[in-house]
Design a binder for this molecule. Structure first.
Ligand code: HEM
Length: 179
């Protein structure tokens, strides 16, 4: 099979949609969600957060399947073998981070009984000073989010390095066009 110049369009769509939803959920989770008191005013924003997070989880599983079953462009190089190895690790951690946020989020949701929010039904939210932290997956959600901030920063940094310093137009591989 011929080696394509770009990723499969399904993979490109999933990549940019996941990027948007993950960044929205990270920014909104940190800046807004955790500052809303655990009363009825939190139902709608929490339901939105859970919905977007579950879409990311489904997209990530779909992405792994599409990646394994479609031909990929040749491995990219940064010009440095150590950075090339680091890039592979960062890509694996991006997948692990997306799955980790989804599964730890589901863990919080099942442990705290808030899944009915997805059907628009009221639930009771944890009232003590620790909030959702009384459920162990909440700490996992925190820790994985720190990992994601780090690997997303490295990933964006690498894309900018390729685009503006190496000028190899690597970004075009993750966009639509003739393969
Ligand atoms: C891409 C997926 C997701 C991302 C990026 C994300 C991000 C975040 C962030 C940044 C926070 C705030 C603090 C922190 O943990 O660092 C948070 C809190 C939370 N998330 Fe997620 N999340 C995702 C998926 C989910 C899912 C699938 C659920 C449930 C089904 C969920 C439920 C919650 C809950 C219950 C909180 C706690 C809110 C609080 O403590 O007041 N998340 N999330």
């Amino acid at each position: 099979m011929l080696q394509p110049k770009r990723y499969h369009p399904t993979l490109v769509t999933i990549h940019w949609l996941s990027a948007l939803l993950i960044i929205m959920n990270l920014a909104f989770g940190l800046a807004v969600l955790i500052n809303i008191p655990n009363d009825a005013t939190k139902f709608m924003p929490l339901a939105n957060h859970m919905t977007f997070g579950l879409i990311v989880l489904v997209l990530t599983v779909a992405r792994i399947i599409v990646r394994a079953t479609t031909p990929q462009p040749a491995p990219a190089t940064s010009g440095n073998p150590y950075l090339d190895k680091l890039a592979i690790l960062v890509h694996v951690l991006l997948y692990a981070g997306a799955l980790g946020m989804g599964f730890s989020g589901l863990g919080i949701a099942f442990a705290s009984g808030i899944m009915p929010l997805l059907a628009g039904q009221p639930v009771s939210l944890p009232q003590g000073p620790e909030g959702f932290y009384i459920y162990p997956p909440r700490m996992g959600h925190d820790l994985v989010s720190y990992l994601l901030y780090l690997v997303i920063a490295m990933h964006v940094g690498a894309a900018l390095f390729h685009q503006f310093i190496r000028r190899d137009n690597l970004l075009s591989r993750m966009w639509f066009g003739k393969r």
